[in-house]
Design a binder for this molecule. Sequence first.
Ligand code: FMN
Length: 195
Amino acid sequence: MSGTAVGPLTGQDLLALLHDRRSRPALAAPAPDAAQLAEILRAAATAPDHGRLRPWRFVVVDEGARSGLGDAFAAAHADRDPTVTPADLERTRGKAHRAPMIVVVVSTPHPHPKIAMWEQRASAVCVAHGVVLAAHALGFGAMWRSGWFGTAPKVRAHLGLDDTEEVTAWVYLGTPSGPTPPPRQPAHLPVTWLQ
Ligand SMILES: Cc1cc2nc3c(=O)[nH]c(=O)nc-3n(C[C@H](O)[C@H](O)[C@H](O)COP(=O)(O)O)c2cc1C
């Protein structure tokens, strides 16, 4: 059940959380409520962060904000391809409605004398994974998506991004619906033990 609080976690529980997490493309209402979302974002914000620069921020798109975002997606699509059909624009608009909530993880790197820009972006990537994992811990489903919208001027303006900011992740959040993905199969690990 989504939003179910779990008791104190053991180390095994935490490992199980990592192993059990699967991306959930089909997401329905309810999304996390404000308190649950705050818990998810606080947990994600504990990600490794060299120099404690906190080089990231969140933009939350809730149910009511999705139409505006969908319009921005469609406007960006029309800019990119002036020959796009109305049906394709409608499909693009619908991408904002694939879940009841989207958390946009934004990387906000700034030149620093000791901490490279890539390290700051890496911290934002860890935060995005944290959002997905924390949502799973609370019984919600999540799917990390990307794509060109994060670089489209009209979408960026809609999100209120400045020129130095980058979209790291579109994390779609909600209650898992559709078929439960099969458990992960053990995969070959590309590990080299240095002699
Ligand atoms: C940076 C990044 C961007 C991604 N973008 C997309 C995307 O746009 N569409 C998509 O279907 N999956 C995307 N994925 C992959 C899914 O989030 C997911 O990891 C993948 O479907 C594997 O499923 P699993 O997480 O259950 O192993 C992206 C993953 C990462 C790390």
